[in-house]
Structures are given as structure tokens and as C-alpha cells.
Design a protein around this ligand. Structure first.
Ligand code: RB5
Length: 146
């Protein structure tokens, strides 16, 4: 499995810890930055992750900022991206099963790193639902892209 990960300064420490966590599972991680806690603009890093996902260079993307909100809003501007903010076990499962999210966003000021690892595992262990109602809804999202 291949994963692209990126963050702003607020998410930097979590990005480092998540990358190490995924590497212990022998998952190949593409680190799109940022590479320090110096202040940066989250759209720059969320978009790098998003483009890796739409280019099919990776299986999914992870974006992190203070809230998960800015990076998810930015990633969702890239055609083909379905980025979902994940902050509970339930949203982790639903993001994959119902929404077929191909990018998940975490907030370093919202959840502990242990929670984030737990939700990441749930997302990775959940399958995209093949039920018609969910596929129809995801197709309708795709049509909104024009
Ligand atoms: C940075 O202070 C913070 O605004 C950013 O990480 C993020 O939470 C924005 O959505």
C-alpha cells in the first residue's frame, strides 16, 4: 500500500508520528511536507497530497492541520478528491464505507495522536460500500465537479 501525507506547521508533529507508524506496517509513505514547525499555508500541502491521489500514485492521502478543516477544504478543491475530516471511530468508518473518501483529514488540536492512529486503522480496515445507494451518492458528488 502507498500513502501520501502532508500537513501545515500545526500538523507537523502528528505527520512525523503518523509517517513512522505507517512505516512500521511496511506501508510506503510519500511525505509532501511541511518539514518543520515554521508557519506555512495549509493549501500548499493539502494540494500536493491531493494531486498524488488523483494521479493514482498512492492509494489514499492523509492531511493534517490544527483542526483538519483547512486541509480538507483545500484538498476538496481538486477534482476527484473526496476529503473527509475524521475525528471519531464512527466518522473514520463512515468516511470510507459511505463516502468513499480518498483523503482523510485530522486535527492535531482536536484528537490525541493515539486516537488518530486508531481512526487511521479503522479507515484502512474498512471497505468502500458497494451498495447502490452509496455508489449513487458518490457519483452525484462526482457530477458536481462539472
Ligand atoms: C493554523 O494556526 C491553523 O489555522 C491551521 O492549522 C488549521 O487549523 C486551519 O484550518
Amino acid at each position: 500500500m502507498k500513502v501520501s501525507i502532508g500537513s501545515d506547521h500545526a500538523g507537523f508533529n502528528y505527520k512525523e508520528l503518523i509517517r513512522e507508524y505507517l512505516e512500521t506496517k511496511e506501508i510506503e509513505v510519500f511525505d509532501e511536507g511541511t518539514y518543520s514547525i515554521n508557519p506555512v499555508d495549509y493549501p500548499d500541502y493539502a494540494s500536493k497530497v491531493a494531486y498524488k491521489v488523483v494521479d493514482k500514485a498512492v492509494d489514499f492521502g492523509i492531511v493534517i492541520c490544527g483542526t483538519g478543516l483547512g486541509v480538507s477544504i483545500a484538498a476538496n478543491k481538486v477534482n476527484g478528491i473526496r476529503a473527509a475530516v475524521v475525528s471519531t471511530a464512527f466518522t473514520a468508518e463512515s468516511a470510507k464505507n459511505h463516502n468513499h473518501a480518498n483523503v482523510i483529514a485530522f486535527g492535531s488540536r482536536v484528537n490525541s495522536i493515539e486516537e488518530v492512529k486508531e481512526y487511521l486503522d479503522i479507515y484502512m480496515n474498512t471497505k468502500e460500500s458497494e451498495e447502490k445507494r452509496h455508489i449513487n451518492r458518490v457519483n452525484k458528488i462526482h457530477k458536481l465537479e462539472g
